[in-house]
Design a protein around this ligand. Structure first.
Ligand SMILES: [Fe+2]
Length: 191
């Protein structure tokens, strides 16, 4: 096990999620993982920008910090520190995409906007569901192969916790103009 920032709150969180996941992942257990992640995100003294800084280049929107990865790449926990940079290049996470594992996001501070996309017609097009504003105390969860997109908030810097079922290196991204799907390499597993 790799725990880059050992802390009792993180150890307790990983133990709780491990127990919930062992029940099997469905919408109900995933909602409980999301709620538990939101509770961890409430430890705002632990998750400071001093511990998990923004990208040093002010033109870069996000910095990803890995907090924990379990044996076999299980249950990676990351901190995403983000700022809004007007005119910044579009990132894969801004486009509808799907991860090859379940995922949960919770907000420490600031906000972000998540949209879930559902397949329509014969399944080759996507329809956006109402956007959700993710703020402290709330969580956004996705089953494996759910499709979502994320956009930053124009307010102050934001920090989110991201948890996945396992480490992954590729996500499937959908071009919103053509709905063509392509594989996107994800060097830091956050997408
Ligand atoms: Fe994502």
């Amino acid at each position: 096990m790799t725990t880059l920032h050992p802390h009792p709150a993180i150890a307790a969180f990983i133990a709780d999620v491990t127990a919930i996941e062992a029940e099997g992942i469905d919408r109900s257990t995933l909602a409980r993982i999301g709620a538990r992640l939101a509770r961890l995100a409430g430890e705002t003294a632990l998750f400071s920008f001093e511990n998990f800084p923004l990208a040093t280049d002010p033109a870069v929107e996000t910095a990803v910090h890995t907090v924990h990865v379990g044996d076999g790449g299980r249950l990676p926990l990351q901190v995403l520190s983000a700022r809004h940079v007007p005119g910044a290049p579009r990132r894969a996470a801004h486009l509808p995409h799907q991860h090859p594992t379940w995922a949960a996001a919770a907000c420490v501070r600031g906000a972000t906007h998540d949209t879930l996309w559902l397949r329509t017609g014969d399944g080759d097009r996507l329809a956006a569901q109402p956007e959700v504003r993710l703020t402290p105390g709330t969580a956004f969860t996705m089953m494996m192969h759910d499709i979502h997109s994320v956009r930053g908030d124009a307010g102050g810097p934001a920090m989110h916790l991201l948890m996945y079922g396992r480490v992954f290196e590729r996500a499937i991204v959908f071009d919103p103009d053509t709905w063509r799907a392509y594989e996107h390499r994800v060097p830091a597993i956050a997408a």
